[in-house]
Design a protein. Structure first.
Length: 200
């Protein structure tokens, strides 16, 4: 319950950016893209908790593969929705870092949200019990693929509107809805744990 509330609150922070700080489509898309990195960081922590020794070998592989996956998605966002074909300097690390500096409050909110979920669900509900590190390594991809498709579809829809404000709200609501569904599905207790009697 508390992790779901934290997830919604963190996802709604971009609304404040749109209303009070003149955030555009690119800002909202980059915040939601960067959430993938937050999920990846916590997944490495989960892998370490599942198997502290095997993560030494599989952790770097996950970081490389997951990072390459994120890079491909970022290039798609820039090429399809953001980048100016007449400006070859659009996709530059300096430009990207400058964008993220302005988005730090939203990124911090997302980090806190996933931290609460890690503490409440993964540790508190002992979701790590009986889990193999190879399964944990692949766990983020299902959620990330759905989230990326939502962002791409929502971003394209947003760009089609003459007025960005209502379209940005639509993108945020769409993303929150998909994220909540994925969150509930990910943390739904397995039948074995649901039927397991409490100790004592």
């Amino acid at each position: 319950m508390i992790s779901g509330i934290a997830l919604v609150v963190a996802n709604l922070v971009p609304i404040l950016g749109v209303l009070f700080f003149d955030w555009q489509v690119v800002d909202v898309l980059l915040v939601y893209w960067a959430e993938s990195a937050v999920i990846g960081v916590f997944n490495i922590a989960k892998m370490a908790y599942v198997d502290r020794w095997r993560v030494l070998a599989q952790g770097p592989f996950f970081a490389f593969h997951y990072g390459f996956f994120m890079y491909g998605h970022l290039r798609f966002i820039y090429g399809f929705l953001i980048e100016d074909p007449d400006d070859p300097t659009g996709f530059m690390p300096g430009n990207l870092f400058a964008e993220f500096y302005l988005l730090l409050p939203a990124l911090f909110a997302l980090f806190v949200s996933h931290g609460i979920s890690f503490y409440v669900n993964f540790l508190g509900k002992r979701e790590y019990e009986g889990r193999l590190i190879k399964d944990q390594m692949m766990a983020p991809y299902r959620r990330i693929i759905v989230m990326h498709l939502t962002i791409i579809f929502g971003g394209a829809l947003t760009m089609a509107f003459e007025s960005q404000l209502p379209a940005l709200f639509l993108l945020i609501v769409l993303k929150v809805s998909v994220d909540l569904y994925a969150h509930h599905k990910e943390h739904k207790p397995s039948p074995e744990k649901a039927n397991k009697p409490l100790a004592g």
